[in-house]
Design a protein around this ligand. Sequence first.
Ligand SMILES: [Zn+2]
Ligand SMILES: [Zn+2]
Length: 349
Amino acid sequence: MKAAVYHGKEDIRVEQVADPSLDAGDVLLKIDACSVCGTDLRTFRNGDKKIAPPRVLGHEFCGTVVESKNPNANVKVGDRVVMYIVLSCGECKYCRAGRENLCVSRTTMSYHYDGAFAPLVKVPAKAVNRGSLFKVTTEQSSQQMSLAEPLGCVANAHTHLGIGLRDKVAVIGAGPIGAMHAVLARLQGAQSVHLIDINPKRLDMMQRFDIDGTIVSDKEGSHIAESLELTDGDGFDVVIVAVSNAFAQADALEIAGKGARVEFFGGLPKSNPTAVLNTNHLHYKELVLSGSYSERISDFRTAYQLIQSGRFPADKFITHELPLDRITDSFLMMESGEALKVCINPQLS
Ligand SMILES: [Zn+2]
Ligand SMILES: [Zn+2]
């Protein structure tokens, strides 16, 4: 089969590889849709030490079971499925607390096992046995269902935030993840939702979602004044940083109001992970600052159910569908802000 294989920094090749072969307990999926993640783009640009090449990337996918060597599986041949991509040990203190994302020996699809930028993917027995495959039972398209993985990560962050009717919410970063945060905030009843970004083109694309407004940020900090103005001088009740940028993290504390909840979603580049923060904001405003990493299986289930319900506007996220050969183009389209979410269809030639 033809797959997009990571060989190292700036080196992803679409090339011929052997079809996956199944061992006892494994399940084989035909991939109908695999969305491109900001993480894939980062791996392409900077490399990733956690990935030993050659490795097929792609972890936001929906596919159909075409072969099963697992008689106890909760899905069968012909079922359309999505997958919780973390493989956890089930025994460490974090797994026992239901926090599989923090498992001390976690492995992940597209990092330790080949991913879904390929027509076929093997789901390891360990994942099948843990109930990591979820059958799609509604009419939602495979492209739409592929968003269950990133939406689950976003849902994980929201479990710290408790957004409700009284909250004025700001999301810094108008990419697909920022948009998911904004949509979830709205679905939970937020009083207002604003998106902040340095790129006006990205903010224009946010107009398709049910939000109250956008704010263009700049180096002079006009967005901080504008944020305070918008909130009658109080600052926002919830600020979510959905961009990998130390200045955005610092800004979040500036525009947070008294008693606000602040979420740092995603990390900074490993080569430079330090941010300069005015921690007096934490002290005097009694802020609560939280982080989130990946997702628990319960978050994935939440996201899968939400997309299946049709209440999550998944179709508005997918702006492009491309064949595997154009994987590198998809990275450029994401960087420029031309695409919100690109979905690869490995069955297209
Ligand atoms: Zn992702
Ligand atoms: Zn564990």
